[in-house]
Every structure is written in structure tokens, then in C-alpha cells.
Design a protein around this ligand. Structure first.
Ligand code: ZN
Length: 458
């Protein structure tokens, strides 16, 4: 579609004939501008309705989001299916069938759950989705993470459909539960589903992060979670006695070694040598000692500390494990370690779970071009510092990009007063409109010489 490729495409809005003159009188704007304003207002109203459904853990209103998404799917004439891999945790799968079902499909993923909010620490109630009139900010839990993206996918499809666009490839939209509590019953179950293979997914889009400047961030890999407990044993003794090899002494030596490693990694970020997602982060999350509680005049025989370790996809994991065994929890100091959670950095084919973000990957070329055509700017691809559902897709060997078009916005996910500006929301719809059109168009972009290559490889 020419209009779609040429930046922010707007189609005529089917306003009833009596309403349009009235709007014109009220706004003194051009007919097209008035129609756009009404269309954007309707899109924002739908976004706010989605935000007002309280899907915070531990009791997310998944029935509410399912009904809401299904009603929008009906309006947009999309095929829909509700998959319940675990009772009470619905995954809503929408399908916009492509003209050529033999082509790999496009999957637009978003999670419907949000983290809890502390209403007393918010300036506006977290599930009211109030719009601040002076700034245009929409305040709500989920406004950034990530109902915003799910709602935008649907708005982009609405615009494309209204403009008469018909996808060559099938486009799927998945609205998944439980990302905020690990995703196993959501995307984890989805990728293991026997029909997932039959969907023949060629590329996945999922969440990214806001950026405080004018460029959109994009993520092509993420750090893996290694949750580690380090334990020390030693001789117990009177609290007044000085002696070697107590459990506390042994543990504290390790804590100091780990702290120095952490500081060195952090320095690389502080000095701009590496991005946050490219270093190993280690944070101590708990300390525990004694077997019968704390006794002030007793040195305990056991002590342990928990660490949240995040590992980038391109590191030598064997070297890190050696370091843990030899320096962080050496048996020579009566120490052991155990992983409570340890995700592989590799996909199911044994390759690092990273999606190529250069011209070797035609999906990347399409993504970059589509964002540019919609007047968006993309910053250098990054490794996501934490975890998202994307890792389930990359583990399947699928190319997946984490991308949330929120520029000029502070990162407030999981924070108080999470908000998104109305104008940024509407702009993002145009970005997705361009991306979906490019992804779903069978690679007929660019010059003749490259389009053949894209078509063959996709
Ligand atoms: Zn999220």
C-alpha cells in the first residue's frame, strides 16, 4: 500500500454525514483533521478501557481482558480462539488470514497481565486511566508494560483494514497471561502447543522499553536468569570467641569477592564501555544465617546468601561457572552453591538465543525500513537487561524483536505513576501500521535485486 509506506498513513473516517459538519463547526479544522481527531480520540478511549481492567497479580481479571479483546476482534472481523493451557489463564489468539498461507506468518505478542500497584503512592488511581489535561499523560498500571503495545497492534490492524490492506502473510496476534510471573503458563505453554508449529511463525514482535530521547529502542536478545544460592558451613562457637573458618567469615569473604566482580561490571556500564544488557549483573537479594533463628551470643554453623545473576547471551558460561565454583563458593572454604533458576543462553539448536539485527536478517531490514517510513528513528539494537516472553520464542530458534514505540518517555514500568502520553500512543499506532504492512507484504519492498533475496529467505 503506497499510503502505508509513505509515512503516517491516514484513511478517511466513515463519520455519519450529519456529524461531520457539526464537528467542523465546533473545531474550525479541515474535514480530514476533524476526522483524524475523532479517530484518535476513539483509539485512546479503547486503550483506556483496556487499562481499566485490573489484571494485576495475584488475581488478574483475565475474564475481563478476554471479553474486551474478543469484542475488538469481532469489530475487526479477525478470527479468534481462546486457548486455556492452564485453567483460568486464557491466551487469546487472533488471526488475520493472509492471501498466501504457504508463507511463514507474523506473530504480534503482548501480555495482558500487569504487576501490582500501590494506589496510595500514585497521583491518580492506577486502574482509572485518567488523562491529565495539561500534559496529555494517561496514568495507569500497564500503560507502558505492556497493554499499550497490545492495544496498538489492534489499532494498527484497524487502520490497515479500513485502508483496504490485505496481508499476503497471515498475521497472528497473541494476548498472553502471566508474563509478569515467569510466563510458563502463558507463552511457555503456547510454544509447546502442538498447533504452534503449524502456525509457521516467521517472526515475532514483543515488548521493549521506553526511551527518554527521540529514538526508539529495539532489543534482539536478553540476559538469562541465573538465581543462585551460596552456602557456607563452619564451626559454631561462642559469640565472644575469635576463631578461623566460621560460616559467617567464609560467607563474607565470598560476598566481598562477588561485590568486587559486580563493581567491575558496573564500571563498564558507567564508563560507557558496555550497555547494561551486555554485562553480567549480580545483585545480592538476601542474607540468612543460623538454623534456629538469630542468637546474639552464638556464631552460627551455617550461613547463606541469594544472588540474582543475569547473563548476556554471548558470554562464555563455562568460564563463569568455573569462577563461581573456584572464587565465589570454593569448597576449600566449606562452601557450596545451587541454582534456583538457570536459563540457558542457547536456543534449542544450541546457538546463542540472539536475533540477528543487521542486513543478514531480512526481517531486520524490513523492520528498520518500516520504522523509517513512518518517520521513526531506531537506536542501536540492544540486549534486554531483564526477561520478557521473547526468550521463549528465541529458544525455539525464531527471530524475535522486543520493541515498544515509546520515545521521549521515562521508563516507568513496575514503578509508581506509570504513564504514557496520548500523542506518543497515537504516533506508535502509525509505527506499527507501517511495520505490519511491511512484514505482511511478502518482502516486495526495496529494489528488485534485494526483494528476490528477501522473498526467498523469508
Ligand atoms: Zn512486560
Amino acid at each position: 500500500m503506497e499510503g502505508v509506506r509513505g509515512g503516517r498513513h491516514r484513511h478517511s473516517f466513515p463519520l455519519p454525514s450529519l456529524l461531520l459538519p457539526l464537528l467542523l463547526l465546533l473545531s474550525s479544522a479541515t474535514p480530514a483533521a476533524a476526522a483524524y481527531a475523532a479517530e484518535d480520540a476513539a483509539a485512546i478511549s479503547r486503550f483506556r478501557q483496556y487499562l481499566q481492567i485490573n489484571t494485576s497479580h495475584p488475581n488478574p481479571d483475565y475474564a475481563g481482558t478476554t471479553a474486551f479483546i474478543l469484542s475488538l476482534a469481532r469489530e475487526l472481523a479477525l478470527d479468534s480462539e481462546v486457548l486455556e493451557f492452564v485453567p483460568g489463564k486464557p491466551l487469546v489468539l487472533l488471526k488475520w488470514p493472509g492471501r498466501d498461507p504457504s508463507l511463514p506468518s507474523v506473530l504480534l505478542n503482548s501480555h495482558t497481565d500487569v504487576v501490582p500497584a500501590e494506589p496510595l503512592k500514585w497521583a491518580h488511581p492506577p486502574f482509572s486511566a485518567e488523562v491529565e489535561p495539561e500534559t496529555g499523560r494517561i496514568y495507569a498500571r500497564g500503560s507502558q508494560d505492556m497493554k499499550y503495545v497490545g492495544a496498538q497492534y489492534l489499532e494498527a490492524v484497524r487502520r490497515l483494514r479500513a485502508a483496504g490492506f490485505v496481508p499476503e502473510r497471515t498475521v497472528y496476534l497473541s494476548f498472553v497471561p502471566d508474563e509478569e510471573i515467569g510466563g510458563r503458563d502463558g507463552v511457555g505453554a503456547f510454544v509447546a502447543w502442538e498447533r504452534f508449529r503449524a502456525m509457521r511463525v516467521g517472526v515475532v514482535l514483543d515488548e521493549g522499553l521506553a526511551s527518554s530521547d527521540g529514538e526508539y529502542r529495539v532489543f534482539h536478545g536478553e540476559r538469562s536468569v541465573w538465581w543462585m544460592v551460596v552456602r557456607a558451613c563452619g564451626v559454631s562457637g561462642h559469640g565472644a570467641k575469635l576463631y578461623d573458618n566460621s560460616a559467617m567469615e567464609n560467607l563474607m569473604k565470598s560476598v566481598e569477592v562477588i561485590r568486587r566482580f559486580r563493581a567491575a561490571q558496573f564500571d563498564l556500564v558507567k564508563n560507557g564501555v558496555k550497555a547494561e544488557g551486555e554485562v553480567i549483573s549480580v545483585n545480592m537479594v538476601y542474607l540468612k544465617a543460623g538454623t534456629t533463628g538469630f542468637v546474639m551470643n552464638l556464631q552460627p554453623s551455617e550461613a547463606e546468601a541469594g544472588f540474582d545473576v543475569r547473563v548476556p547471551p554471548n558470554i562464555d558460561t563455562e568460564a563463569l561457572e568455573r569462577r563461581i565454583a573456584e572464587e565465589w563458593a570454593p569448597s576449600s572454604r566449606n562452601m557450596t552453591f545451587e541454582f534456583k533458576e538457570k536459563d540457558s543462553i542457547h536456543d534449542m539448536f544450541g546457538k546463542p538465543a540472539v536475533t540477528s539485527a543487521d542486513s543478514s536478517n531480512p526481517w531486520w531490514t524490513l523492520l528498520e525500513g518500516a520504522i523509517k517510513r513512518a518517520n521513526g528513528k531506531l537506536s542501536k539494537p540492544e540486549i534486554f537487561p531483564a526477561s520478557t516472553d521473547c526468550h521463549f520464542f528465541r529458544k525455539q530458534g525464531l527471530p524475535a524483536f522486543g520493541f515498544s514505540p515509546m520515545a521521549n518517555t521515562p521508563i516507568l514500568l513496575h514503578d509508581h505513576n506509570e504513564f504514557l502520553n496520548k500523542a506518543e500512543y497515537v504516533k506508535g499506532v502509525g509505527i506499527y501500521e507501517s511495520i505490519i504492512a511491511a512484514f505482511a507484504s511478502n518482502g516486495n519492498h526495496g529494489s528488485q535485486s534485494t526483494s528476490k533475496g528477501i522473498k526467498d529467505e523469508l
